[in-house]
Design a protein around this ligand. Structure first.
Ligand code: FEO
Length: 171
């Protein structure tokens, strides 16, 4: 059974995961506008991953005796200035989410909630991977600058991203 404080913190994170999905769907539309189908595909999968994150947390709250709550989702930006700007927006957002997950873990420790601490380990590991993935792309985009051929090659590579594995059972 999770405490009311833990429930409130997890519900706030559910909203942030929904916003993440919304943001990445918006970026995928922006990439479509730029004519970069590989980037569009990459962000579409990123959106799908965020829905999985949200669902894992939503289910966890209910499985542990809490009340899952859904709040209003903020409107994401629609223009990111450039494809590099789009990935930098994603990088900035993932850093924010990492801080948010770390803060959730702090709450779980303070509440002496061992089950939630174990549950959150998956998200801690996931954030390391998410930050590393987006950093690699940002670094490459910075390296190629305005080189159209190199940008096309990056776009082609991003088109090969596989869909996420379905959500697995929670602890
Ligand atoms: Fe749910 Fe991209 O963090």
């Amino acid at each position: 059974m999770i405490t009311k404080r833990m429930e409130k913190a997890l519900n706030a994170q559910i909203n942030k995961e929904f916003y993440s999905a919304y943001l990445y769907l918006s970026i995928s539309a922006y990439c479509n506008k730029l004519g970069m189908p590989g980037c569009e595909h990459w962000f579409r999968i990123q959106h799908d991953e965020e829905i999985i994150h949200m669902t894992k947390m939503f289910d966890y709250v209910m499985q542990h005796g809490g009340e899952a709550r859904l709040f209003k989702i903020d409107e994401p930006p629609a223009d990111f200035g450039s494809v590099l700007g789009a990935f930098e927006a994603s990088q900035k957002h993932e850093r924010f989410i990492t801080e948010s997950i770390n803060e959730l873990l702090n709450v779980a420790v303070e509440e002496k909630d061992h089950a939630t601490q174990v549950f959150l380990q998956w998200f801690i590991t996931e954030q390391v991977e998410e930050e590393a993935n987006v950093k690699e792309i940002v670094d490459r985009l910075k390296m190629v600058g305005d080189n159209g051929g190199a940008l096309m090659m990056i776009d082609d590579k991003l088109s090969q991203r596989s869909p996420p594995a379905p959500a697995t059972a929670n602890v």
